[in-house]
Unconditional design. Sequence first.
Length: 202
Amino acid sequence: MTGIDSGQTGIIVNLAGSERGVDDAKVETGWVVYNRFAKQLFEYPAFAQIVDYEPFDIQDKKGTIFKTDPTIEYFIEREDAKVVFLRYRKTTEELEQSVILTEVKNAYKDVAGLYETDSLINNRPAFEKEVEALLKERLSTRGFTFTNIQSSVKPNDVLQAAIVYRWKYVAIPEVAMTISMRPHWQLDSFGEVLIVCADNHK
């Protein structure tokens, strides 16, 4: 006798005999009795699972490479557990590193391919919302209920270095120059107000 946790959906599978085949899976919960030599128990989570994926590369419309490291949250509805098993016949861990990971990568790559480089850099929250919506749609067709995703999308090392260089040696000097050229108030020797520019006092 084996107990199936209330947060899990158990799938009992016939491994041999005339009952083996497409319809060989039976959904179970609670305490179940089965022959371990003739049947196998698969358990799928009915509560949220959090998966933290290793970083991978994506490309924008121009082919510029970005790196992302998503963490997703999902679960499998009890009524979908049998469908998921019959379609893939994999454990939860195997699904996370195959079917689900493939959908995650494809969603990021498909949405990134719609963005220009500057647009992706400046609109990362909107980009991730689009990825989330697409992933939710695609995973639902495969029997998974997707609930949340968190990630960071960063330019690759070459682009990041170029951004830092531009900010340090172009943007900041331009801002400093603009500030130094701004007019300001000053009193002359007679107490009259003058509008002068900083450069006039060099």
